[in-house]
Design a protein around this ligand. Sequence first.
Ligand code: SF4
Length: 353
Amino acid sequence: MTAPNPAALGVIRHDWALPEVQALFALPLLDLLLHAQRVHREHHAPNTVQMSTLLSIKTGACPEDCAYCPQSVRYETGLEREALMEVAAVRERARRAKAAGATRFCMGAAYRSPKARELEVIAAMIREVRALGLQTCATLGMLTAEQARELKAAGLDYYNHNLDTSPEYYGEIITTRTYQDRLDTLEAVRAADLKVCCGGIVGMGESPADRAMLLLTLANLPEHPESVPINQLVAVEGTPLAGSAPLDPFEFVRAIAVARLLMPRAHVRLSAGRADMSDEMQALCFMAGANSVFYGEKLLTTGNPDVERDRRLFERLGLTAEALEGEAHAPQQPAPGEECACAHSRAHAETAA
Ligand code: SF4
């Protein structure tokens, strides 16, 4: 394994080799955290967190067989299926998310790929959410180049499509679409000039080399994803991965730190699994370079720490919500009768005076 040269960390590269990435994973944890936090501060404002809210706009009955997912039609998980939501209902949820401090609203639908009629409705949702002044993100499965262009035309900012794991381990997790299918969707999304949100899941029984390969594959894409969600497996009863042995939490922290080092400009998002993490574990993840979270609402079909817990945690850590470009700070004034849940509540009161 090649020992990393600390002075070269933080450089934007797309030619990482596996031994280099493994050498980062092998660093003493505190050295890794130190490098990751230093690189983080070279590229991002310290102590700020971008806050996204994720809404499941169509739940369950997905024909795919992703082994971790309770939304697959193939597994008995007791999940209640829900048809595609009405546009007005999505608009209302987005309005509430914004009032609670979110700057990005992500709409997730359990599709292999969306059909023309569904895409039309989703385009209408995107226009409504954007009109509220929120960034928009969607995760709808595989897209053709034309579908990606349609979403872009509707005002979509980001498209989420994860690689999930390493190319080598992928066949253990999903058989109904290939790794190349995923890469093709990412290419279509880039070609439509959409921003890319792409990451993976750890704790699915993969080896340390698989974790390194996942991050290497992301970092060696022609452009780094703007957002990199790192999910910790939520082992849902009824899915093939139920009962998986939990990953050592420090291995999760290492994955966050290595993602930060390989993709210095990306927002690294602490995603699924956060509900099960202690406040101290989350603080370590922020130290490792995580600077984005899903906030409020529900994380597709698994729980997310409630807004109040997040608010207390951000206050205790001195973290604030990242502002959208051109805004003094991200959250807007809450609607009458609604309390703002962001870590800037005092600033609201002061600026409103
Ligand atoms: S992860 Fe997405 S594509 Fe896979 S089963 Fe779940 S909803 Fe379907």
